[in-house]
Write a protein that binds this ligand. Sequence first.
Ligand SMILES: Cc1cc2nc3c(=O)[nH]c(=O)nc-3n(C[C@H](O)[C@H](O)[C@H](O)COP(=O)(O)O)c2cc1C
Length: 218
Amino acid sequence: MDETALFKLTHGLYVLGTVDGDRPVGSVVDAVMQAANKPLVIALSCHNRSYTKECIERSRRFSLSVLSKDVDPFVVANFGFQSSRDIDKWDNVDYFIDNGLPYLKNGLARLSAIVTQVIAYESNTLFLAQVENCDNLEEGEPLTYNNYRDYFKDEVIKSFNEYKQRKEKEKSKMSDEGKKWVCTVCEYVYDGDVPFEELPDDWACPVCGVGKDMFELR
Ligand SMILES: Cc1cc2nc3c(=O)[nH]c(=O)nc-3n(C[C@H](O)[C@H](O)[C@H](O)COP(=O)(O)O)c2cc1C
């Protein structure tokens, strides 16, 4: 059996949303399909470690925002590479709440659905859900899972690495806040207007004359 054959089943790519109490949560999904016309039913498969899945089991409702080919790769990274358990993903994107569920502002279309049946597999949970509302939002072509695999994934990974670096920088800046550069030889505390990092390499301690490398942040 060659399981890569399953990659030839094509899907779109969506941001799935629901709520954890009042807090909007969500993830990227591709495993969505229309299952019936009457009533209008869709099927959604979530892997069992997904926090969004846990929240859907509680709220029994979810939203879908259809992603366009022009979507910012960071949207996929944000919703697909980290968990709502640890972070408020919706705060990182433009979104709106309608009837209690979150949607991307620049999605192509949006749907909301009420869960009617749940089937639990070892790896995934399948939700069958009746569409309660749906609308087109913007013109454009939907991004497919194949697009993601073919060319979009690299951009998504790049944007996630940039985001992580920004976060790390902010974190180290915050932990340095309120700290001062102190001379380890004479305890002189630098408090000049020019940031210490921007002082010239040949700058010396005005008290004992040692170089910048003898200062530490305390
Ligand atoms: C391209 C792509 C497609 C994905 N498709 C699905 C999917 O169909 N179902 C699913 O549960 N997770 C899917 N994921 C994984 C989740 O988006 C990912 O595990 C996410 O971090 C879960 O976040 P959560 O813990 O906040 O729910 C996909 C991820 C990517 C990048």
